[in-house]
Ligand binder design. Structure first.
Ligand code: PHE
Length: 453
């Protein structure tokens, strides 16, 4: 991936889809939907994915293609062209990537844990009990160890520049993963709870939305589509010129949303089966799924395959995050090697990992209401900072590229709809995005202050 002429067999989609697809879809989406009351939130999410996430995603890709740089140098380059200064705004996505990588590594470590558990169970030397997740959460040392292993694997891939080989490999695994997911959806939705689940997920009861729901939906849209991290700018700079960026954006948003729905169909029937109350914390998926595999015929092998595939997706997303940081450091500090940049960022991320990893043990008393530290970190990053950072990034590409340049990058003469979509895209980035993001933020703040979250 070091080269700016990226030529894999899978082309560019694979990179962007691969980065978007990750723990956000199967792990985070179900619990955020649970937290925000189901159907009405799901609708809000779909609406915002199309009207907010996708337009900003396209803009980030355009910035990368136009400058052939990662976000910080890209901002510098267009600052020179347009006489504006975007230094601070362009550093924020990179900081965001670093901090998110650290807590993403803890969750990826949870996935590793279940790979080990299922392997051990398969060979008969242990049993996965219902308290498996609970005991992991209490074991800070183990979580830190697993997160370190994950970071090390990510680091080796990025520093050695072997993404190319790995991407192909993961590319072969993903259809298999899709197959597992379809079987799981089928098994899960044939439980007796399906009617309740469908009602919960698709009947839009707007009274269940809270003052924070808009902000939560915005944060998750950005997280799951990898918007606001500069990742798509980096990937946009690697992409071949013959790819039409708005089409890439549309496909990424489309595939990502489909997979997220898969996550809902798998997790919620199990949640409803386990209890009548919708549980809404980050351990949700890891609480219900292993138990389900345990009770299923041939479930241990199935569970192992599922967690291995999920890990590959998490690894791919983590590679995207680390690659963003490394490409920015290398582009900014000319002369620094990728391996030095990689080790520096890997070690910093590892240090930051301590907080979320010790959330259930050393920091178990650090709580705000129902929320433990890991949830607070997630909320602060994804609901608090990410929308603002993404807005700053949209400001860079919107102000930095002239209307003519935007038009040239957006319109494909052979795609007639791109002519009519262009003004809508401009409207979405220039007006809609700042208004909803700031509105979401203010409502959320108001909710926090009045206790209506
Ligand atoms: N989009 C990824 C997910 O849903 C997370 C991610 C964010 C990956 C930013 C790369 C960059 O899991």
């Amino acid at each position: 991936m070091t080269s700016r002429n990226w030529h894999t067999r899978f082309g560019f989609y694979f990179l962007a889809v691969g980065s978007a697809f990750g723990l956000g879809n199967l792990w985070r989406f179900p619990y955020v939907v649970g937290e925000n009351g189901g159907g009405a939130f799901v609708l809000l999410y779909i609406f915002l994915a199309l009207t907010l996430g996708m337009p900003l995603l396209i803009g980030e890709l355009m910035l990368g293609r136009f400058t052939r740089q990662s976000v910080m140098m890209a901002a510098k380059k267009i600052s020179v062209n347009s006489g504006k200064k975007f230094k601070l705004l362009s550093a924020m996505p990179v900081v965001m990537s670093l901090v998110v990588l650290s807590y993403y590594s803890v969750i990826s470590g949870w996935v590793l844990h279940f790979i080990l558990q299922f392997s051990l169970s398969l060979f008969g030397s242990s049993q996965i009990g219902s308290g498996s997740m609970m005991s992991l959460l209490k074991n800070g040392g183990l979580q830190f160890g697993l997160a370190s292993v994950h970071l090390l694997i990510t680091l080796i891939v990025v520093v050695k520049g072997i993404q190319d080989g790995l991407e192909k490999w993961i590319g072969w695994m993903m259809p298999f993963f899709a197959f597992l997911v379809v079987i799981l959806i089928w098994r899960s939705t044939s439980l007796s709870t399906t009617t309740e689940v469908m009602r919960f997920l698709f009947y839009p009861d707007f009274s269940k939305l809270t003052l924070s729901s808009l902000n939560h939906a915005i944060g998750h849209v950005f997280f799951t589509l990898s918007v606001g991290f500069g990742t798509m700018v980096t990937f946009g700079s690697y992409i071949r010129d013959d790819q039409h960026l708005p089409t890439v954006g549309l496909r990424v948003a489309f595939f990502d949303t489909i997979v997220s729905f898969g996550g809902l169909f798998i997790v919620f029937p199990l949640v409803f089966k386990a209890s009548n109350q919708v549980i809404t914390d980050p351990a949700l998926m890891f609480d219900v799924l292993p138990q389900f595999f345990n009770e299923m015929n041939g479930g241990l092998l199935f569970g192992l395959a599922f967690f291995v595939c999920l890990y590959m997706a998490a690894l791919n997303a983590s590679i995207g995050l680390l690659e963003t940081i490394v490409s920015n450091i290398v582009d900014t500090f000319k002369g620094m090697s990728r391996s030095r940049a990689g080790w520096m960022s890997g070690l910093t991320a590892l240090f930051l990992t301590l907080l979320p990893a010790l959330s259930g043990s050393f920091f178990s008393e650090t709580r705000l209401g129902q929320k433990g530290l890991i949830e607070l970190i997630d909320s602060l990053l994804i609901n608090g900072f990410l929308p603002l950072v993404a807005l700053g990034l949209s400001f860079i590409f919107f102000k930095g590229l002239s209307l003519k340049e935007k038009e040239r990058l957006f319109i494909d003469k052979e795609k007639f709809v791109s002519y009519s979509m262009f003004p809508q895209w401009i409207f979405a980035v220039q007006w809609f995005a700042p208004v909803v993001i700031i509105l979401g933020w203010i409502l959320h703040l108001f909710g926090l202050l009045t206790g209506h979250v």
